[in-house]
Design a protein around this ligand. Sequence first.
Ligand code: UDP
Ligand code: MG
Length: 325
Amino acid sequence: MIPVLYMVIPCYNEEAVLPETVRQLSEKYDILIQAQKISPLSKIVFVNDGSQDHTWQLIQQYHHDYPEIFSGICLAHNSGHQNAILAGMLTVKNLCDAVITMDADLQDDIDTIDKMVDEFAKGFQVVYGVRSARKTDTPFKRLTAEGFYKLMQMMGVELVYNHADFRLMSQRVLQELANYPEINLFLRGIVPTIGFSSTIVYYERHERFAGKSKYPLKKMLHFAGDGITSFSVKPLKMIVNIGFLMVVFSIIMFIWAFVDKLKGNTVAGWSSTVCSIWLVGGMQLLCLGIIGEYIGKIYAEVKRRPRYIVSEFLNESEENKENSA
Ligand code: UDP
Ligand code: MG
């Protein structure tokens, strides 16, 4: 069976780059459809994420001129990259066999789409696009981006190294993704936790074709913070550890103050003041940490993530036979 492939492209003020993206993508689709790698029902869906320029007018025009290939979704206001991708994926999830998400700025290599489709044909449900090099990024962007992955790893968030949001997901995986109702969305972290068979394809990241990056440092820091606090309760656990260390330290202070007092080196009142500062501080942190542990549990509960995902159910019954007949 030839799969129906939908591409989901988030666009925020991308009027400068959109015509070229459309040209390159439609060429790619023509080739893939000719080669019978994807079905002629496949589409390219642009998600307009509350752009203030003419992005939506352009998308409307493309849909009007070539309705068989271009579709558009317009969000009511700017909801951010992650939400724009999610909106696109969840809107089309019942119309296709697989979705590829890709940025509008042509930084992700278009020829990688072929590789992703090939891997999907082999049976992989998730195909991650991973950057093999960051030659085109500025040293600052590279440093901050790589620091970001390292930090996430330290915090215990499972991420595919150097993978952004250029990936293929099968319809099956999208259906499961729809069961994650959390508001603080960090797709790169969620997709690996869904599971299913996955693989990686490498590509070289190009420079932005036109327009400006919508991810300045401030947004990137915010994104990293979101990633950590959406996936890890490690910062809360750190409070307990620090509190514990302080209590241990206060015991050492006790001994030191006591010895000093015996030696007669101290002013009256010093030992008790110093010791109590450390002990009380340590105890407070420890108690905060314990409260933090409970908050961590509440946090996991309110996210209401699925507790498990069944990938296959082997069960021979009369009903099944009827269904497959
Ligand atoms: N984007 C979006 N909403 C936003 C910010 C960005 O949909 O609020 C889109 C943007 O149009 C682009 C993609 O997300 O297609 C990635 O943004 P950008 O290229 O600016 O990020 P960078 O590659 O510099 O990290
Ligand atoms: Mg970009």
